[in-house]
Design a protein around this ligand. Structure first.
Ligand SMILES: NC(=O)c1ccc[n+]([C@@H]2O[C@H](COP(=O)([O-])OP(=O)(O)OC[C@H]3O[C@@H](n4cnc5c(N)ncnc54)[C@H](O)[C@@H]3O)[C@@H](O)[C@H]2O)c1
Length: 307
């Protein structure tokens, strides 16, 4: 029998790929999303399984999850574009912290939920040069990372209280189709597809661990199949880091044309970490997962999209 899975944030960038992945595996996927950042057409579920609910509304969340009675809840709904969170800290805290409490409490009250996955972020880590394992001390440097560290603690407390196995996935930097927030890949994609060959970008040297959303979906699916006891944290990254400059070079290779960069002072972040790299030993050891998508393959598909 198909497993009933509820994905919050399933109309978003990562959540929509996860929906498609789990639906293709024969699972009965339901989506809860308020469409504030996501798009309805991205969530590949029928209208009957799409719940337009704002996770800040405790009673609505509770009633919806009770009605669906899922076996698994994957909680991805959040706001996470760092400049937006910095400008709207109260909203970021309300959605990312209170919203998580509402979703998890409702999951417990539903009585049907046997496993929970909560999306966290590499932004819970402090500035550091090398690859960081899950045991690395946390130390977020912005409001977004702070709200997500709170999300992790709430997940851990939820698990202790309810004994529902809980997985916390610390996502590193995602790339892939249908990105909803103006991060690096969609920015380069937009400029290149508009015909620019001199790109206006901010800092060029920071390196990030970019992981394709399809690989993330595979990793989450694999984690749901591991026998988790209690609450466990897993990095979800590729374990390779690329600078902004190297990403532009990948676009140039796939385009078959030269791209030059014009550093736009308005886009240069005042506070910037130079490295953010995952140690994914634990994820690989526990699941057997390996990433399949390289940067160049991902960029090639982005150049075929219309934006
Ligand atoms: N994209 C990344 O590189 C990245 C990195 C680390 C962590 N994450 C985390 O992964 C998750 C998914 O991120 P994404 O990149 O797909 O972002 P996204 O903005 O595309 O997806 C988030 C979804 O949550 C929904 N949402 C926001 N506020 C809501 C609310 N109040 N009620 C109901 N739904 C709401 C949005 O409409 C959107 O569809 C988030 O938890 C994010 O913090 C993302």
């Amino acid at each position: 029998m198909a497993e009933r899975v509820l994905i919050t944030g399933g109309a978003g960038f990562i959540g929509s790929t996860l929906c498609a992945h789990l639906a293709a595996k024969g699972q009965e996927v339901w989506v809860m999303d308020d469409l504030s950042f996501g798009r309805r057409e991205l969530a590949p579920v029928p209208d009957t399984r799409f719940l337009r609910v704002d996770i800040r509304k405790r009673e609505e969340v509770s009633a919806a999850i009770r009605r669906v009675a899922p076996e698994t809840v994957l909680h991805l709904a959040a706001i996470h574009f760092i400049p937006y969170c910095n400008q709207h800290p109260v909203e970021a805290a309300d959605i990312n912290i209170n919203g998580t409490i509402h979703v998890l409490d409702a999951a417990h009250a539903a009585g049907s939920v046997q496993q929970v996955f909560v999306a966290s972020t590499a932004a819970v880590y402090p500035i550091a040069d090398g690859a960081m394992a899950e045991t690395h001390p946390t130390g977020p440097m912005d409001i977004y990372g702070t709200t997500k560290l709170a999300t992790e603690r709430i997940a851990s407390e939820f698990c202790l209280r309810t004994r529902i196995p809980t997985i916390v996935g610390r996502f590193f930097n995602a790339f892939g189709p249908n990105e909803t927030n103006p991060h690096l890949f969609p920015e380069i994609q937009k400029q290149v597809l508009a015909g620019a060959r001199t790109l206006k970008l901010g800092n060029l040297d920071p390196k990030r661990d970019f992981i394709h959303t399809s690989d993330m979906a595979e990793a989450m699916d694999a984690l749901l199949r591991v026998n988790i006891e209690g609450c466990e944290v897993f990095n979800i990254g590729r374990g390779i880091e690329y600078s902004v400059r190297e990403i532009v070079e990948a676009f140039a290779r796939q385009l078959g044309e030269e791209l030059t960069i014009d550093v736009d002072p308005a886009r240069v972040r005042a506070v910037e970490r130079m490295h953010l790299l995952a140690d994914v030993t634990k994820l690989k050891r526990r699941t057997g997962w390996t990433p399949k998508w390289g940067i160049d393959e991902g960029v090639a598909t982005l150049l075929k999209e219309t934006v």
